[in-house]
Design a protein around this ligand. Sequence first.
Ligand SMILES: [Zn+2]
Length: 385
Amino acid sequence: MRESRGALKVGSLRGIPIRVHYSLLLVLPLLAYLFGGAFRRAAEVAEVPPEQLMGSPMLWGLGVAVGLFASVFVHELAHTFYALARGGQVRSITLMMVGGVSELSEAPPRPRDEALMALVGPLTSLALAGLFGLATWGVEGTTSFNLQFACFYLASLNLFLGLFNLLPAFPMDGGRILRAVLSGRMGPVRATRVASLVGRGFAVLFALWGVVSFNPFLFVIAFFIFMGAEGESRQVRMKALLERVSVSELMSPRGAGVEAGALLEQALWDLRRERQTALPVTEDGRPVGLVDVEAVRAVSEADRIHRLTREVMRPVQVVRLDEDGWRAVRQLAENSAQLLAVVDADGRLVGTLDVDDVQRGMMLLQTREERAERDARRWRQERPA
Ligand SMILES: [Zn+2]
């Protein structure tokens, strides 16, 4: 839902969009620069004489940055292919600085599946680290210093990716495994809350470590973990709440939209009266489109008295009255729709659902739930032992 923001689409795989998060775009040139600057030291660590290496230090820095990018990509592909093989649907892949996010259409249904899906990424990185480690060892003693150097750093990057992602810092892979383990005992909502708390704890530690060691990478990582933990925890809470209500409990009841044959002047009047920026367009009580204030205002005032609403309407997203709240919210978000037209079993318009309706509904639900919890607690306390 939210990972698509702040990311650049770079391609697609079997119809799944692949995006690169700005954190990675920012870090790659920085990594290239830092590695290039510390080139002699880097060569010493790899036990390669630096004067034997071809190309400039900055070129090697660029190579390491591309290597990180490729390693993150392979790591993420492992998650994606596993999900697809298990019959899951992946909506998008976002490559981040220390891993990625494969956005699933639906969360894995069983904790076991989630744990395994989280595990395949780090395992793939560790396997690659092993392979490149072997290659490094294989060419050692020969004079293929360039190859040895490249293999050494590819092994190191993948080792770092594998180990780092296994930390139980939700929403990283290790944190997802932790959540899956906890889910079996305390249910998904509490498990996510606990895992997210641990994740934020790690984020704070990384930030402090970043201050002490003057390391900007750690700051970016800390920020990413903190926001991710917070966001997913909220999303899981939201899902648990909304799955239990139907669209009818969330929507704004609305028996009529703007008539498709109405003049634009009339449409503008309807929008004002309903205090909405958009309304469904109806024909015989059934939604056939969506009209918004901007579309009407784009038509000159003189033309509004003889042009029809039908001419400026856009396609509208429709949802059934008895659909569950969570699916409706997903439909709203996935289509970036301004609102959904809510219809009854006969396809007649009975209301609209937008982000404000959802937020208001969530607040009411939360209050209701908290009150119920409080009452239950009081009842337990007052009950004679
Ligand atoms: Zn991963």
